[in-house]
Design a binder for this molecule. Structure first.
Ligand code: BTN
Length: 275
């Protein structure tokens, strides 16, 4: 990796980000915005205007940042990373929903390369010492039975010093957990490099099976009691395994095994943790 240090948030601009990124395609074309509603929304606008695969939208501030399940993910003070990638795969794959797990695995591996002991909470929250440091929102747009584009949006709490209110119990940052200030652009570069490598493996393979063992080894749900909440039901049991398709297999005891599918089910840990 090129040794360029842009810890001073005021110094970041599109040119400097571009100069520091080393992935073959991801981030080769990009826009950096001081402020936007949501990088996912801006990436959609860019995708509709013709932005190609790998186009990156990165913003210092989001005013209407989106989380999963209708949650809000704002990013306002320049300490953290909020970015979205445009993906335009040229084929339909068997289990597009597991792209979200591939993104989670990639971010987790990238943070480990930066020396952070990160884990994945199924399907794609990144957890450090029991608190959430990264959120990922993958949105797919279909057109006449084919994928028009996919937006992979990633928010990483990098150098945030503290969280208030209810977030205090749930959220953390790389800085809070390690006591080190990180170079945001180096973290971005590590993530884009890992994501690019894994995305193309995923596209080539057409399914998640090549990653299921590695994912399982980093998944903190395995062996724990979980509650799976879907529109229809709430199920509790022990999370036992990750299927080849990336489903979380939950052993409910008397009622047998239940396969939780990403996007349909949200998971709560039952061991007293807040996440
Ligand atoms: C979650 O709820 O865990 C997902 C949060 C995803 C947040 C990121 S920040 C960059 C991108 N833009 C958005 O509006 N959301 C994603």
């Amino acid at each position: 990796m090129k040794n360029i240090n842009y810890n001073d948030d005021g110094e970041i601009n599109a040119y400097k980000i571009k100069a520091a990124l080393t992935a073959a395609l991801f981030g080769k074309e990009l826009i950096y915005l001081e402020e936007t509603d949501s990088t996912n929304e801006e990436a959609k606008r860019q995708a509709k205007k013709g932005a190609d695969e790998g186009f990156l939208v990165i913003a210092k501030k989001q005013t209407r940042g989106k989380g999963r399940h209708g949650n809000v993910w704002n990013c306002s003070n320049g300490s953290n990373l909020a970015f979205s990638l445009v993906l335009k795969p040229d084929k339909i794959f068997e289990d597009i929903t597991s792209l979200t797990l591939t993104a989670g695995l990639s971010v987790c591996s990238a943070l480990r390369k930066a020396g952070v002991r990160a884990f994945v909470k199924w399907p794609n929250d990144i957890i450090i010492n029991g608190k959430k440091a990264v959120g990922i929102l993958v949105e797919t747009s279909f057109e006449d039975n084919h994928i028009a584009y996919i937006i992979a949006g990633i928010g990483i709490n990098v150098n945030e010093r503290s969280f208030d209110g209810e977030l205090k119990e749930k959220a953390t940052s790389l800085y809070i957990e390690t006591g080190r200030k990180f170079d945001k652009i180096q973290i971005l570069n590590l993530v884009l490099t890992e994501l690019e490598k894994n995305y193309y493996k995923f596209i080539k393979e057409g399914n998640f099976s090549i990653f299921s063992e590695e994912y399982k080894s980093l998944c903190l749900n395995i062996g724990k009691e979980v509650k799976a909440i879907s529109r229809e039901s709430v199920i509790t049991g022990i999370a036992e395994d990750i299927s080849k398709k990336g489903e979380l297999i939950i052993n409910t005891g008397e009622k047998g095994r239940f396969c939780a599918v990403s996007g349909e089910v949200s998971i709560r840990l039952m061991d007293g943790k807040y996440i």
